[in-house]
Structure formats: structure tokens, C-alpha cells
Ligand binder design. Structure first.
Ligand code: MG
Length: 254
């Protein structure tokens, strides 16, 4: 299934996307408990896609790909390196990424995002899948100069619009071998695969849920492959994860 959240006629709904037919079948309520079609079908081009969930928190993982760690002059940490990305930074598919005047260097970071479906506390790696609703794309937009200057990541990763999420949640994805790409103005800038991740999705759910409870709708940003680089005002940036789809956003001036 591909589960989207969208606005139609001023109302926000969830639905099942069928990309081949260009339609979305509305479901009743939220998708975390059960998925039940209401019988209403819309064309994808008549709805506005929203971030597929409204996360209570985004737990992000730093330096989870060896070759990205190397390009940053670092090693993969022994334990996953966690930070929180503000939930207020969430941005919709097609939403504008607003460049901040506080930074001279705003980067894209294409990542696989895990969407939690069921409350998770002290979950083992083997049980992780039963707590996951599915997977989507996230762009962990980062003010690189502020990340270095502040040492803490809160400001660099926390600006409004710096967490594009979507376009929908794919429930039938193998997270151990998915391509993760970033394109800027149609040119490939990152071309990785989740098989190059240091800590697997299962390990991340185990590790994070040993620290903090994960709730339905929470998101884990699993780290970015090598090739990070700057965005400029006017750029169109796309994050693509194989088996999910494409998340595209434009960078605009403050
Ligand atoms: Mg990142």
C-alpha cells in the first residue's frame, strides 16, 4: 500500500494511492489502527498532497553511511548518533524550502524515513517491523555552516520548511536494499543504497526505543549517503527512494 495524506475541498484525509491509475482511494480516519476504504476515489491531480504524517518528533541519525562520514572527515560512530529535528520543520511534497538569511550554505540530504505505526519502547531489532507503518522520503535540509558553528544541530536542522516529507508512506518496502537518490534541477547529486547503512532500520528502532518511546506517526530519518552539497534559491530538489516515489521541493528566498 501507498498511504498518502491530502487536502481536498478544505478537508484533510488519508487515502491509498494508485500511481498507475493516478487515483487515491480515501480511507476512514488515520491509517495506524486499520485501513478501511470509504469508497470515495479522487484523482491525484485534484488533491494537494501533504506530509504523509504529522510526526510528534523526528529522530534523525548522523553519519550512518560510511562514505558520507568520510566526506565529512568522520567515522561511523560505534553507536548510532541521534539528534532531533523539529516537527515544526515538516514540509509537504511540493512545498517551498525557505532559505534562511542566517546561513550561507544550506545543503540537501536525501534519506529513507521510517514511519512508526505502533508505540515502541524497548523493542528488539527482530520485533521492529511490527512497530513500523512504512517508509517515505525525507530531505534533512541542513544549514551546514551553522551545524559547524553551533556544534549542536538544533538550529542548523530546525528551520521551518527544512524537513520535506513524502510523497506517501509505502508499506511494502524492503528497507535493507532501497536506492536513495537526490537530484537538483534534474541532475543526480546523491546515488546511494540503504545496504550501505551502518545501523540497519531494525537496529535503529531498537536503539532509539531504548532511549525514548516512539509513537505512531513519529519519523526516523536514517542518515544520508555521500554526495551532500549546497542548494541555491530557485533550485528544484528531489529525493527519490526506490519503491516509494519522489519528493520534490523548490528553494525560495526568505
Ligand atoms: Mg541527515
Amino acid at each position: 500500500m501507498k498511504i498518502a495524506r491530502y487536502e481536498f475541498d478544505g478537508q484533510v484525509r488519508y487515502g491509498l494511492v494508485e500511481p498507475e491509475s493516478g487515483t487515491v482511494r480515501e480511507i476512514a480516519g488515520e491509517p495506524f489502527e486499520r485501513v478501511e476504504a470509504t469508497g470515495i476515489v479522487r484523482r491525484l491531480d485534484e488533491v494537494r498532497l501533504l506530509s504523509p504524517v504529522v510526526p510528534g518528533k523526528i529522530v534523525a541519525v548522523g553519519l550512518n553511511y560510511k562514505d558520507h562520514a568520510r566526506e565529512m572527515g568522520k567515522k561511523i560512530p560505534e553507536e548510532p548518533l541521534l539528534f532531533l529535528k523539529a516537527s515544526s520543520a515538516v514540509n509537504d511534497p511540493g512545498g517551498e524550502i525557505v532559505y534562511t538569511p542566517q546561513s550561507q550554505r544550506v545543503d540537501y540530504e536525501a534519506e529513507l524515513a521510517v514511519v512508526i505505526g505502533r508505540k515502541a519502547k524497548n523493542v528488539t531489532s527482530e520485533d521492529a517491523a511490527s512497530h513500523i507503518l512504512g517508509y517515505t522520503c525525507i530531505n534533512d535540509v541542513t544549514a551546514r555552516d551553522l551545524q559547524v558553528k553551533d556544534v549542536q544541530y538544533t538550529r542548523a536542522k530546525g528551520f521551518d520548511t527544512f524537513a520535506p516529507l513524502g510523497p506517501w508512506v509505502a508499506t511494502d518496502l524492503d528497507p535493507s536494499a532501497a536506492s536513495v537518490r537526490c537530484l537538483v534541477n534534474g541532475e543526480v547529486r546523491q546515488d546511494g543504497n540503504t545496504r550501505e547503512m551502518g545501523a540497519s532500520v531494525g537496529r535503529l528502532v531498537e536503539f532509539i526505543s531504548s532511549v525514548m518511546t516512539l509513537f505512531p506517526g513519529d519519523v526516523i530519518a536514517t542518515g544520508t549517503p555521500p554526495g551532500v552539497g549546497p542548494l541555491r534559491v530557485g533550485d528544484v530538489v528531489t529525493v527519490e527512494v526506490g519503491g516509494i516515489g519522489a519528493l520534490t521541493n523548490r528553494v525560495v528566498a526568505p
